[in-house]
Ligand binder design. Structure first.
Ligand SMILES: *Cc1c(COP(=O)(O)O)cnc(C)c1O
Length: 470
């Protein structure tokens, strides 16, 4: 059977010479169009060999697939995947997805020139920091603000500018490691600051900070958000506000690596966890930093907020140039900040916030729709909607579990672990989880328009598992 099908697969040149694909060669490089056609024909070959198709689609249908793949950047190494893990800010999957308006603004700016460093009013060189500074100050009450490449960069620049050659006290309970390559002690060392560890893993007191300044020569107090772990039990830590009182009385300053946070109280989104990035600033911290692609739901960047004199010094640091933000991230950030003026709008328009605030009920409704789409395509699979605990992820809201729902699938003749791995090889890879209920697709992180794609992916597995025909 398969050899007959294989012989029916058209030649690459036949597809390439079709009118629509000749037109496509005007827009895309020839090599890319050719590679996409080959990838499309390879997939047909694979399906024919697996016996998972009955016939080879016609030339028009193949052409349509190729055009879609071209549009989607299908054969690229860096490509879209479907996140069915229920982890909203999945660090391995690119953290926050951008919303419509942000993506459109990025696309529009990327195609031409923009006033990145041009002051249109004065007709001369401007600063890339101007575009969002006012908005950030308005939203947070900060005196000054700037944005750099990412939060690790922001923390490094705060320390390098304001604490180089000085002793910086930090609690032993806050010496965090994030994603293996950001470790507070090492960042501190590289920045030229001298770390003074104080307190214990579970408890650090006001008197520890006082002693660090009075007896150990610390001039800067650093607070670090413990983003990816929780210490519970017999614990104590000192708030940024208290640190400010201790430091300011002694002529020192407080730096706060907030890691992540919302720009408005999480209650405005129906959440009862997660911090607000400006709290410690209002309590008296001198400079605060956090990620743009965590709970702000925007592009990768690191926001620095604080007293004008300090932020201005950071802007002037030579190293800031090395970690400067690019125009595309800046474009996305401006849109997110505009939405954040109205929490209701932010929750609606910023996908990460919409996902985080998605209620259990809404997750269940999405899961029901997916269950139906799968059941329709893969009749003898066991498909159920099950309750799950989702996570914010991305080193934010550590220890907080979000009640959600997932579709659990058992495909006859295919172990869930095997199925999970096979999903990575799909035309749009699907990243799922495995539990004792089977293969799990969490509803929280799925976009409505992806439900059909997930169902199709399951159908492909189902069909090939039993050598069934479509
Ligand atoms: C996430 C995080 C960082 C690193 O931020 P990136 O934007 O990933 O560079 C630094 N510190 C804390 C506390 C974090 O949570």
């Amino acid at each position: 059977m398969s050899s007959k099908l294989l012989r029916q697969i058209p030649k690459t040149d036949v597809i390439l010479s079709r009118e629509a694909l000749k037109a496509a060669q005007e827009r895309y490089p020839y090599a890319f169009v050719k590679a996409t056609v080959q990838a499309c024909l390879d997939e047909l070959r694979r399906k024919a060999l697996e016996d998972s198709i009955d016939s080879i689609p016609g030339l028009a249908e193949i052409e349509e697939t190729v055009l879609r793949w071209l549009e989607e950047g299908h054969i690229h190494h860096l490509k879209r995947v479907i996140n069915a893990t229920g982890v909203v800010l999945h660090t391995n999957l690119g953290r926050a997805p951008l919303g419509e308006a942000a993506a459109a603004h990025v696309a529009a700016l990327s195609r031409g020139y923009c006033n990145l460093e041009y002051d249109l009013e004065k007709g001369r060189r401007g600063s890339r920091y101007d575009h969002v500074e006012k908005l950030l100050c308005e939203l947070t009450g900060a005196e000054a603000a700037m944005v750099v490449n990412n939060n690790a960069g922001a923390v490094f620049l705060m320390l390098n500018t304001l604490a180089r050659g000085k002793k910086v006290a930090v609690s032993r309970g806050e010496l965090v490691e994030i994603g293996g390559s950001f470790r507070v002690p090492e960042i501190m060392y590289e920045s030229g600051a001298e770390m003074v560890e104080i307190g214990c893993t579970n408890k650090t007191h006001v008197r520890d900070y006082e002693r660090a300044m009075d007896e150990l020569g610390a001039e800067v107090l650093l607070k670090v958000y413990t983003s990816n772990f929780v210490i519970s039990g017999f614990t104590e830590s000192v708030s940024a506000g208290e640190l400010a009182q201790i430091a300011h009385k002694r002529g020192g300053i407080v730096l706060h690596d907030q890691g992540s946070g919302f720009l408005f109280p999480p209650e405005a989104m129906g959440l009862h966890a997660g911090s607000v990035v400006w709290t410690s600033l209002r309590e008296g911290a001198d400079v605060v930093s956090f990620s743009g692609d965590k709970l702000l739901g925007s592009a990768q960047c690191g926001v620095i907020l604080g007293k004008k004199e300090y932020v201005e010094r950071i802007k002037k640091n030579q190293l800031t140039r090395m970690l400067r933000i690019d125009k595309l991230s800046l474009a996305a950030l401006e849109i997110a900040l505009q939405y954040c003026r109205d929490p209701k709008l932010a929750r609606e328009k910023i996908p990460a916030l919409a996902m985080l605030s998605k209620t259990e009920e809404a997750c269940r409704e999405t899961a029901e729709r997916l269950r139906w789409l799968i059941a329709e395509r893969a009749p003898d699979c066991e498909v159920r909607v099950v309750p799950v605990k989702d996570e914010a992820g991305g080193g934010s809201m550590a220890g907080v579990l979000l009640d959600g729902a997932a579709v659990a699938v058992q495909i006859p003749g295919l172990a869930p672990e095997k199925a999970e791995a096979l999903l990575h090889g799909m035309s749009v890879p699907v990243i799922a989880r495995v539990s004792r209920d089977g293969l799990l697709f969490s509803a929280r992180t799925l976009f409505e328009e992806e439900l059909e794609e997930v169902a199709e992916a399951v159908r492909t597995l189902y069909v090939s598992a039993a050598g069934r025909r479509v």
